[in-house]
Design a protein around this ligand. Structure first.
Ligand code: GLA
Length: 439
């Protein structure tokens, strides 16, 4: 039995109804374009968040995670904007958003009346937080899939993505776009998800990495960030202000040919923000074309151009991310860029398989010489999106490990689950005294 299933059973004294999982994501290209109604090309990764869940009497939602020391319980009607903080704002926010899903969605079977009652959730995750891998979307989407089924909502993937985004924007207070939720839902093995964030048309774009002898390598700098504060919100505000000043609904409506006028209308810094978004949309389209014609050299060039644009125009890179990209290029990568919202997190490199070991060594060496903490360097595998798991799933191990390591890792997870069950009991989560922040 997997660790979340046994953790759930130990904590709540019954078997979960089912287990759902959703992956983190890496964005191949298309950064800070989603909230500008633009184009993105992310892929789901093998690291997943797993949720075991069951309906419970009453209307309390209980969330317990092996990753956080503070379990939470909130009455559905008490959840709302400004009332929650910390990790539990994400899963409780999804419950809040989905509790408002219409009873009779047009053209679909009605959700049963009164089905939106209490739920117990037990969560584990292999997606590191703050690394630019969208641990938040993995958590939201896994919980959204669980509630969709437990509450009989018949919500579509796009509706689950929007409910999750509302949780993130309105309950957790991070003004993020829609890319990560779609990537976590729709990812496929060896493929990226091309998403037009205006029309929400999606297309699966095969990557065919193995045939080309290529790997995608993630260099995690260990610098952590949160999009609920600071630079991310400032960049989004500046893009929205620029669109207003240029008289368009969103920066998606500005083309490279409009940049001359934009330079005359906008101040110098805002112009550079706009130039990043406009050229990045172009690079996403060019990357999709290059993947279609099997031209990894062109893809690599586009990735590196994207990094330069984020470093110099959008100014969301850091010295550690720039170093990761430089090292990757010097180690022979076809291209490299920081990935995700920026201000920390990870870079990604497209590189021939036989050069991966050299890149790993060079990165460790360069970071040590720059007196930066050792980065975590590992290949990432484009993987399937969210799904309901069988109750018998083997617990996922963190990364690729040998049999002996796997045994130890699973043992470690089981210990962690036991600890969380113990702490949750001690904190009285099950006695209902840990009513989370909600008034
Ligand atoms: C974060 C957000 C996304 C997107 C990226 C930047 O990951 O969650 O919506 O804006 O940053 O591309």
């Amino acid at each position: 039995m997997c660790a979340v299933t046994s953790g759930f059973a130990e904590l709540y004294d019954s078997e979960p109804h089912a287990v759902w999982s959703a992956p983190g994501r890496v964005n191949l290209i298309g950064e800070h374009t989603d909230y500008n109604a633009g184009l993105v090309l992310p892929f789901a990764i093998e690291q997943r968040t797993i949720v075991a869940a069951s309906l419970r009497d009453g209307d309390d939602i209980t969330v317990v995670s092996t990753l956080y020391a503070d379990p939470a319980r909130a009455r559905l009607t008490d959840i709302g904007p400004g009332r929650l903080s910390g990790w539990s704002a994400y899963p409780l926010g999804v419950a809040w958003a989905l509790s408002q899903f219409p009873d009779r969605p047009a053209g679909r079977p009605a959700a049963g009346p009164g089905t939106r009652g209490g739920v117990d959730l037990f969560i584990d995750s292999a997606v590191p937080a703050g690394a630019g891998l969208s641990s938040s979307a993995a958590l939201e989407i896994a919980v959204a899939c669980a509630l969709n089924e437990l509450w009989g909502l018949t919500a579509t993937g796009a509706e689950l993505a929007h409910a999750s985004q509302r949780a993130e924007n309105e309950i957790a207070g991070a003004p993020t776009g829609i890319m990560d939720q779609f990537a976590s839902l729709l990812g496929e093995a060896d493929a990226a998800v091309f998403l037009d964030c205006r029309t929400e048309d999606t297309r699966i774009v095969p990557l065919r990495l193995r045939e080309a002898g290529l790997e995608l390598v993630l260099i995690d700098t260990g610098e952590r960030h949160s999009h609920a504060a600071g630079g991310y919100a400032a960049r989004r505000a500046s893009c929205e202000r620029a669109a207003r000043e240029l008289g368009v609904p969103a920066l998606r409506d500005i083309t490279p040919a409009d940049l001359g006028r934009a330079a005359r209308v906008l101040d110098e810094e805002t112009f550079r923000r706009v130039r990043h978004v406009v050229t990045e949309n172009d690079r996403v389209e060019a990357t999709v074309r290059a993947l279609g014609t099997g031209d990894p050299v062109a893809v690599g060039r586009l990735l590196t151009a994207s990094h330069v644009s984020m470093r110099d125009d959008f100014e969301i890179s850091t010295p550690a991310l720039d170093l990761a990209v430089d090292v990757a290029l010097r180690a022979g990568a076809l291209g490299a860029r920081m990935t995700g919202g920026g201000f920390g997190g990870a870079a990604i490199a497209l590189i021939e398989r036989e050069r991966v070991a050299g890149l790993t060594e060079d990165a460790l060496d360069a970071f040590s010489r720059a007196r930066l903490p050792a980065p975590l360097v590992r290949t990432v595998t484009p993987s399937p999106g969210a799904r309901r798991e069988s109750l018998q799933i083997e617990y996922q191990v963190h990364g690729r490990l040998g049999a002996a390591d796997q045994h130890a890792a699973v043992g470690g997870v089981v210990d962690r689950v036991r600890h969380v069950v113990h702490v949750s009991r001690q904190q009285g989560c099950l006695a209902g005294v840990a009513h989370s922040g909600a008034a």
